[in-house]
Design a protein around this ligand. Structure first.
Ligand SMILES: Cc1ncc(C[n+]2csc(CCOP(=O)(O)OP(=O)(O)O)c2C)c(N)n1
Ligand code: SF4
Ligand SMILES: [Mg+2]
Length: 328
């Protein structure tokens, strides 16, 4: 695919008129894939990202949010074209900058459902710093990382998840650097919902995305999504029909049965780290979920409420003027 320049942020209405002629869901009518489809996806035939988009439409249909309350945001990369294809508010921004903007949108608009999308380069390389800080702050939004172990849009450079030995245009004799372990990185940074899925497993992916969307806090789903153009076969070892193994994390049911003792407790961070350290291709499912830690959204709302009380509900302008007057 050729390089894409950042496009202006669109609204559902402008997407409908500017990108393709699609109808917004009528008020009160269930949200449908038809209403959510903004443009014809332009990925290479066979790219894993198509399945992620299909899954995301299904998730939005199930959640049935008011369409005007949905925001999809991205950086730059093949995967970051995602918002072009969803009839929602949002759009792509600069490479690696999806999260600070999505975080700002979330913090300023508690009524919106904010989703950010990107690739392994966007999320773990140029945007790695933003990922860590959005996670530690527990900003309420969902981040979907389409991991293809390569820079797809720019035609095959080594990415932070490329395995050692993978030959690319930046590592002609094979990558030499230790790749990032996405699950360990996310756990260590403080993300409060951490899951892993696979673009060939649509039902599993849909379940992970649905749970992530419902989570109150920073939720991340890493989806192995094959780049058929520049890293064909990268994930064959986790695709049963190609002879690979597909291992799903069995979560504790708390049903008192002896089998339950061996099941994974998603609230146990140490157990999550152990799962994240399994040999490739590892396990798929929810590694960690923390419903206790307050979101930055809630903490900031608390601070704002206290300030309103202290200033006896003075207007923002009056508070600003008083602050300037104090500083003189
Ligand atoms: C600041 C900046 N640096 C570099 C680039 C070039 N660039 C665009 S996309 C990309 C990497 C994309 O890889 P990834 O995030 O893994 O997404 P994919 O295309 O694989 O889905 C790079 C290096 C850019 N657009 N902007
Ligand atoms: S990620 Fe690879 S297969 Fe997918 S659109 Fe980009 S270049 Fe094509
Ligand atoms: Mg990539």
């Amino acid at each position: 695919m050729s390089s894409a320049a950042p496009a202006p942020v669109t609204s559902p209405a402008s997407a409908a008129s500017g990108l393709s002629a699609v109808a917004l869901a009528k008020a009160g009518a269930p949200l449908t894939k038809k209403a959510l489809t903004a443009d014809h996806p332009t990925w290479c035939p066979g790219c894993g990202d198509f399945a992620v988009l299909h899954s995301f439409y299904r998730v939005l249909e199930k959640l049935n949010y008011p369409q005007e309350k949905i925001v999809t945001f991205a950086g730059i990369g093949c995967s970051s074209r995602f918002p072009y294809f969803v009839n929602s508010h949002g759009g792509p921004d600069m490479h690696g900058r999806a999260l600070p903007i999505a975080a700002g949108i979330s913090l300023g608009n508690d009524d919106l459902h904010v989703f950010a999308f990107g690739g392994d380069g966007d999320g773990f390389s140029i945007g790695g710093n933003h990922l860590v800080h959005t996670a530690r702050k527990n900003v309420n939004l969902t981040y979907v990382i389409m991991d293809n172990f390569v820079y797809g849009l720019t035609k095959k450079q080594t990415s932070p998840t490329s395995p050692i030995g993978f030959k690319t245009k930046t590592d002609l004799t094979g990558a030499v650097d230790q790749p990032i372990n996405p699950m360990r990185t996310l756990l260590n940074s403080g993300a409060t919902f951490v899951a892993r899925s696979h673009a060939t497993q649509v039902n599993h992916m849909t379940e992970m995305l649905l749970r992530a969307a419902k989570h109150n806090g920073f939720s991340v789903v890493e989806i192995l999504s094959e780049c058929v153009e520049f890293y064909e076969g990268a994930f064959d070892s986790s695709v049963p029909r190609k002879g690979g193994t597909w291992t799903v994390i069995e979560e504790k049911k708390r049903d008192g049965t002896p089998e339950d003792a061996a099941r994974h407790d998603v609230t146990d961070e140490v157990a999550a780290f152990k799962l994240a350290s399994l040999a490739w291709p590892g396990a798929f499912g929810v590694f960690y979920e923390n419903k206790q830690r307050p979101t930055k959204n809630a903490l900031e709302a608390g601070l704002a409420a206290k300030a309103r009380e202290r200033t006896k509900n003075a207007s923002d302008l009056a508070v600003l003027q008083a602050t300037f007057a104090k500083g003189r």
